[in-house]
Design a protein around this ligand. Sequence first.
Ligand code: KG4
Ligand code: ZN
Length: 343
Amino acid sequence: MENETIYILAIESSCDDTAAAVLANQKVISNVVATQKIHEQYGGVVPELASRAHQQNIVPVVHQALAKANIDKKLVSAIAFTRGPGLMGSLLVGTSFAKSIALGLKIPLIEVNHMQAHILAHFIKDEENNKTPEFPFLAMTISGGHTQIVLVNDYFKMEILGETLDDAVGEAFDKSAKILGLPYPGGPLIDKYANLGDPHKFKFPKPKVEGLNFSFSGFKTSVLYFIQKATKDNPNFIKENINDICASIQFTIISILMEKLKKAVKETGIKRIAIGGGVSANSGIRKALKDGEKKHNWSTYIPKFEYCTDNAAMIGIVGYLKYKNDNFSDQSITAQPRYRISE
Ligand code: KG4
Ligand code: ZN
């Protein structure tokens, strides 16, 4: 029994992506994500529409994950699912679906904290990326829903050192983009234009926040006032300066992140830094981390993009690690929208 392969079927539905994956031990054998397009026209995620779309997507997405993995569902060892944090209505769909499959197949159920999963995604074994961080390390999770710096002492011993007090960093990108008239989610577009512009052309104030915490709501307001004033003087201001505006916005956001990260390294003495979340795709943050390797002797870890954004493979790896520890949940488990990483 020692060398038996553990197959985990994982389900993620915390926000606006319906996802399912199958893992064979630490390897991902299928990873399916259905991104909900419906939210684009509203410029952000509408919770009620998200849960409705999860209900429509979940059966085909799980079916596809099993079909792509090419395994019979009778071989599945356990079901892992996202318990929280996230939107209540969205979490409920994944939670109840996971509970019913586990019951139907008479296999164990494993609840997963979405934020731990973003961090433990680094332990997925992959041909291209087999460099995993040694404990302890610092993890910075940056996405449309989260901004945290976490001290990771072991797989399940994590401590939040700092986090955002208001908007997440991805929201700072997306809301700035919206002010510029760019479609949702605007983060990748800001990144694209930023690469063609001058990051020092316009100055935006950086928030003063205690310790290792972040705040992005004032930043968004400063972008709004700046654009309102500039377009009053010149209605074509955005069009004429889009590259420089985006470069300056991106430069400021990345400086905010990097200042706190450097402070965390200084305070903990830990130079191993792992990042996760959709904003990890940003070319500016990737470059800043690579520069840190040269300048400050850091070791940095960035997972494959498909494991950075919301996905079920990361839920599956936590499922695998918990399975090995006999850490299972029973059918009384409920969704937890405000689930903290250290609970
Ligand atoms: O992890 P994710 O897919 O979902 C959440 O949990 O939010 O992250 C999505 C976020 C969005 O805010 C999106 O604009 C941002 O990640 N994002 C980027 C880039 N690619 C995705 N932000 C800046 N630059 C990028 N290249
Ligand atoms: Zn996430």
